[in-house]
Design a protein. Sequence first.
Length: 254
Amino acid sequence: MTLEKGSLVLIDYTAKVKDTNEIFETTLNEEAKNLGSYDPSGRYEPRLVSIGDGWVIKGLDEVLSNSNTGDKIDIDIPPEKGFGLRDPRKVRMIPQRKLGEKADELRPGDTIDIDDRKAIVRFIGSGRVQIDFNHRFAGKTLNYNVNILKTLTDDQEKIISLMKRRLPVDADKVKININVHCLSITIPDDQTLVDGIQIIKKAIANDIFRYLPTVKNIQIIEEYLKPEPKAEEPKAEEPKAEEPKAEEPKDKQA
């Protein structure tokens, strides 16, 4: 039986540009190391996908919608179902000074933020910069090698996976309590400093309401633990003062 729309599944995959074999994304730790694309700060773990809800590119979403749990898929995805066709109208030439103080540090291929959008630097010369607002892989045929690992059915597993989609938290550091229609989630204090945490918590709540319709109330609690007192270091013994030596008696004169 094929996966139903809205099913939450975990997948492992490696994605590359077909013509060049350039790997641009993988969920597999060893694969990243073997291919030389390993990022020590990255998280290599199965990705959560809601079938048919646009969480992945269109071509991959269509393939997953016609697959089953346990399937292994190797699929080529054309540009129109990937990151789109290249649009020459999205390529512009601008004065280099518009890019501010760091303009001299830019190199072709760099990604920059300009006019509240991301652009790729294509050319620099004669005080001008060519920038491209097309996606880096626009016009490219992509190859996805996918393993559909699991369909989530357990409520607690769904909650953890939906949280990890938006918040880089370890599952063993989250406390979950489902009581009738009320859900209580306790997160560790190190997550309270994440940029945009209030928006993230709201998004997590909205996801849970959608995929766990029986939940009517959600409390996300921040837990703070008192730090353990540091053990006092033993004080070094102060050197004992030397006792004054007794003066030797002077010889009496004859």
